[in-house]
Design a protein around this ligand. Structure first.
Ligand code: FAD
Length: 326
């Protein structure tokens, strides 16, 4: 049995941020991830500047592709405008691996399946023991499944479905485009060119609304591919998109049970307006680590609920009976 103080399940931004903070405060920990790193994570990789600031990363010191946008080109139902402000894009395959390496915490490739609460801690798959457990395993996190689905149920109307692809492409248009609510999409589509010669394109929307409209995210993906070709943004490319689903923010602070925590997508913290989840993942990972190190309460109220729009535009989602657990 491998013993440590803190087991972190999942090595994405939430797990890596938590690991980084714990390591800096001399708390022994281990990250378990089912995939060997570097691993591909479906994500457009857009990050606002505070994500780098929270992790104390100087943009100049980041050793991989870091694209800087000084504005976002936005269209809302055909109304076009430019939103000024410094924004970044990273490639997740690079960023996540680098963050984990930078934390200095060992990563064990292990698919977590069974977790038991035992005297003084947690046993994972009969092979690992720790006093604290951090669930950073994303939408399908086993820590969420084992300890949190009853106390922090996920509301089905916060589920977002996506289709996305990132690929090498000699793009000529260096702007980042976001198209909201076109063709009755309850969400938005994007084109994100990245330094180093990559493009990320995708589409995301609220699953329940799509279903209620008899619509599918695939139809919106096809509309996006047509638009990219029509506008000359991506031509003569044979797409093979993949899908992933995750939950937007609801209001619940039941994210700690005894010495088990959920952070990032496992807790469902992505912003209500943009589905921005990297920043909330990093912040929640740090807050969980602070709770372990300093004994502070683990409370995510300080994490933003919206990225660009005012939070009051969105209904608060307390726990409700209509629940979909993954
Ligand atoms: C198409 C798409 C585009 C997006 N674009 C953006 C964007 O531009 N900006 C933004 O901020 N957010 C974006 N998001 C959201 C963002 O990707 C997530 O919110 C973010 O990755 C959450 O980080 P995390 O660390 O919580 O989880 P993840 O990054 O999902 O990491 C979870 C880790 O846990 C591991 N794991 C899972 N199950 C197990 C298990 N049983 N045992 C061991 N390990 C396990 C996985 O292998 C994975 O490495 C996007 C999401 C999608 C789907």
């Amino acid at each position: 049995m491998i013993k440590t103080d803190v087991l972190i399940v999942g090595g994405g931004p939430a797990g890596a941020a938590c690991a980084w903070y714990l390591q800096r405060h001399n708390v022994e920990c281990l990250v378990l991830d089912r995939e060997p790193f570097p691993r591909v994570k479906l994500c457009a990789g857009w990050i606002p500047p505070d994500v780098l600031a929270d992790l104390e990363i100087q943009p100049d010191a980041y050793p991989h592709s870091l694209t800087v946008f000084t504005s976002l080109r936005i269209a809302v139902r055909g109304l076009h405008f430019s939103l000024p402000g410094r924004q970044y894009a990273i490639r997740r395959v690079e960023f996540d691996h680098w963050l984990l390496q930078r934390s200095g915490v060992p990563l064990v490739t292990h698919h977590v399946r069974a977790i038991e609460r035992v005297e003084g801690g947690y046993v994972v798959d009969g092979a690992f023991f720790a006093r604290y457990l951090v669930g950073a395993g994303g939408t399908h996190c086993p820590v969420y499944r084992t300890f949190f689905q009853d106390v922090h149920p996920r509301a089905s109307d916060t589920l977002i479905v996506t289709q996305e692809e990132e690929f090498p492409y000699a793009y000529s248009d260096p702007h980042c485009y976001l198209w909201f609510m076109e063709h009755r999409l309850p969400g938005y589509a994007w084109y994100v060119p990245k330094s180093g010669g990559y493009v990320n394109v995708g589409v995301g929307g609220m699953a329940e609304t799509l279903k209620a409209n008899g619509d599918t995210i695939k139809r919106h993906w096809e509309a996006l591919v047509e638009k990219l070709a029509r506008r000359g943004l991506v031509r003569d490319y044979s797409f093979t998109p993949k899908g992933h689903s995750y939950y937007l923010r609801q209001d619940s602070n039941a994210l700690r049970v005894d010495n088990a925590f959920v952070v990032g997508d496992a807790a469902g913290l992505a912003t209500r307006d943009m589905g921005e989840g990297i920043g909330p993942a990093v912040k929640s990972g740090l807050l969980a680590a602070q709770a372990i190190v300093h004994g502070t309460p683990y409370c995510v109220d300080t994490i933003r609920r919206c990225s660009l729009l005012p939070a009051w535009l969105f209904k608060v989602h307390p726990r409700r009976p209509k629940v979909k657990n993954s």
